[in-house]
Write a protein that binds this ligand. Structure first.
Ligand SMILES: CC(C)(COP(=O)(O)OP(=O)(O)OC[C@H]1O[C@@H](n2cnc3c(N)ncnc32)[C@H](O)[C@@H]1OP(=O)(O)O)[C@@H](O)C(=O)NCCC(=O)NCCS
Length: 293
């Protein structure tokens, strides 16, 4: 059994995937302001409009960081500039590379200040990350969401283990439905995942579809303290690689001295503000001026 904790390796661009490889990337969504400005410049007007719909600036910034990260990584595999990557969505909202010639597949998940991306060549992938928040792991939600046997296993666990087991189950189910790309049209109580959060290799059973158990590799891991995640990829045997990039948006000539924004600190005081509807770019300029006095 693979360990739950993973070591995040650095990877060199351009990025390459061999058959059976699944690259799982970790990124922080708390970027320094200048890096955020650069990240924003990579997005399309449609992506910026979506970012602008978030009520809080913090969420706008996280959306920008997550989607610019997706562009930087996709571009690293495709060998084109990040702003030139074109995405389309299936009828359930799952994004894919619009270039019909590429076999690059990916999925994105974000929770709190963290994003995970999964990339593979020619096979479907899904990823889900959740911050473990004890107050959300309530058994009524489990009863309403999980299969009956999953809830029963959860209820048998010692109380102190239930929150992690709840989120392990949640991320396993979510990673599978995200790999399928069918969203919530997939009935959540008609497939079953193992519940024990300590098991990194996940067993899947789908009612009426026995072949599904062998069709997917599903791996649980702990990306960071306080988070749990799961990645699901099509294939009988997959080779998972855990990767991270450091500061992909920094303009290295100018930004060495910048510190990351820390939420709730004085420096991050704007982040809990409501959006004023002002263009994010103008807001960045104003905040940079504030910062420079
Ligand atoms: C996408 C979905 C499947 C997961 O959303 P989520 O867990 O809230 O959010 P995540 O951060 O993990 O994933 C969101 C990303 O998945 C991708 N996505 C969107 N639709 C998707 C789909 N149908 N399939 C796969 N990926 C999808 C997008 O890149 C999206 O990013 P964006 O919102 O920044 O554009 C969502 O449709 C959903 O509603 N989930 C159900 C929640 C639930 O009740 N789960 C029960 C689990 S047991």
């Amino acid at each position: 059994m693979e360990p739950l904790s993973v070591i995040w390796d650095e990877a060199a661009f351009p990025l390459r995937l061999s058959p059976g490889d699944v690259h799982v990337w970790l990124a922080s969504l708390e970027l320094p302001l200048r890096a955020l400005c650069h990240a924003e410049s990579l997005l399309t007007s449609e992506e910026l409009t979506r970012a602008g719909r978030f009520h809080f600036l913090r969420d706008q910034f996280r959306y920008i960081a997550a989607h610019a990260g997706l562009r930087v990584l996709s571009a690293g595999y495709l060998g084109i500039p990040p702003a030139e990557v074109r995405y389309a969505h299936n009828s359930h909202g799952k994004p894919f590379i619009a270039d019909g010639h590429s076999d690059l597949r990916f999925n994105l998940s974000h929770s709190g200040s963290v994003a995970l991306y999964a990339f593979a060549a020619g096979v479907d992938v899904g990823v889900d990350v959740e911050q473990i928040r004890v107050e959300l792991a309530d058994m009524q939600t489990a009863r309403n969401t999980f299969a009956m046997d999953e809830t029963a296993c959860l209820l048998e666990m010692p109380a102190e283990k239930q929150a992690e087991a709840f989120f392990a189950c949640w991320t396993r189910k979510e990673a599978y439905i995200k790999a399928l790309g069918l969203g919530l049209s997939t009935p959540l109580d008609q497939f079953h995942v193992s519940i024990n959060p300590g098991e990194s290799v996940v067993h899947l059973r789908v009612d009426g579809k026995p072949a599904e158990s062998e069709r997917w590799c599903i791996r649980t891991f702990r990306p960071l303290q306080g988070y749990i995640a799961c990645v699901c990829a099509e294939g009988r045997s997959c080779s998972f690689h855990f990767l991270q990039y450091s500061d992909p948006f920094l303009d290295r000539d100018r930004d060495e001295s910048l510190r990351p924004i820390v939420i709730e600190s004085e420096e991050g005081k704007h982040l809990n503000e409501r959006s004023t509807g002002m263009e994010t770019a103008s807001r960045f300029k104003e905040m940079l001026q504030d910062e420079q006095g």
